[in-house]
Design a binder for this molecule. Sequence first.
Ligand code: LLP
Length: 388
Amino acid sequence: MNTNCYPKGLESIQTPFYYYNTDLLRTTLACIKSFEEAYDGFSVHYAIKANANPKLLKIIQEYGLGVDCVSGGEIQASIDAGFAPSKIVYAGVGKSDWEIELGLDHGILCFNVESIPELEVINQIASEKGKQANVCLRINPEVGAHTHTNIATGRAEDKFGISMEDMEKVIQLTQSMSNIHFMGLHFHIGSQILEMADFEALCDRINELQDRLEKQQVKLEIINVGGGLGVDYTSPETNTMANFKDYFTTYHNRLQLREGQTLHFELGRAVVAQCGSLITKTLYVKEGNQQKFVIVDAGFTDLIRPALYQAHHKIVNISSTATETDVYDVVGPICESSDVFDTDVTLPTTKRGDLIAILSAGAYGETMASQYNCRPLAKGYTTEDFKN
Ligand code: LLP
């Protein structure tokens, strides 16, 4: 057992399961906080869609981050974890009435609104409740991002947000609505972005829009740039932290914040990806005609990213002491050809019973799990569960 990274006792737990290194999570949060505190007006929200495990939420909340939600369930999970409603922002193209009511009842900081019909419904529900809804408008900035097409969101053809062309018209509409308080603009260009040039392009676009609005005496209290900062899936053991320095510095240097404005970030992956591993057991090693398969007890029901986005997660054998290696396709037990974690993976010679860790699985792993094939959901354990 590689006990440098994994605690003793791991081998006796029913696989598959998620293991979260909370020491790494805390180091990551401390780093994020140091930038937030260094730059005036910066306010970081955690995109809870990345991982809503209550043990992690509690830690994230302790570090004082806000939270970015996209459903009533996420609002409830945030409140249960102790996040103050005044630190909750709520986005999403399709908010149901009960979800809007939940947000209003808790008095969340702001709704990130994506269309005129949604704005009308929020105004209507808020007026029935005799409340004011704080609103930012999500604008589609038509900025492409260098990432997988399924996780790019800010291009002209994407379903998210209000077009730049309609921006002034919708702002005017908010001002005519008695139960809407317009606060600012929201953007999000995509996820797993490693090129700072993409964030620079967003800054340039926001500067342009802000100049345009200022000429019309429209003032913004909040600018929300969404999330998107990527992590290193290839060398996660050496590169445990996302490039927060370049990310926050890019926004600090490039975005022209006005006096008193707050700049919101909504980081998900960069907060939790590297602290999580999916731990799975080798069931069989099968010799195919052309390749060898390591068949493990986790499948795409536990971690769907490789099947859905052709994502690569580093895979390591944490039991083996073998010095020889072999090349394997690492596959799950689900009755679908896409249930493959990776192909041509070099591992120490692997045998039945060896524990395999699939790294960088803390973001969009546990939250995207399903029960297809009537499989139970993998549980999540943290470093703290092994201390004593
Ligand atoms: N804000 C908004 C409005 C978003 O839609 C998202 C992610 C975030 C913030 C957080 O983005 P992050 O910092 O995590 O990149 N399941 C996919 C990722 C989907 C991201 C959806 N939106 C994956 O596993 O790669």
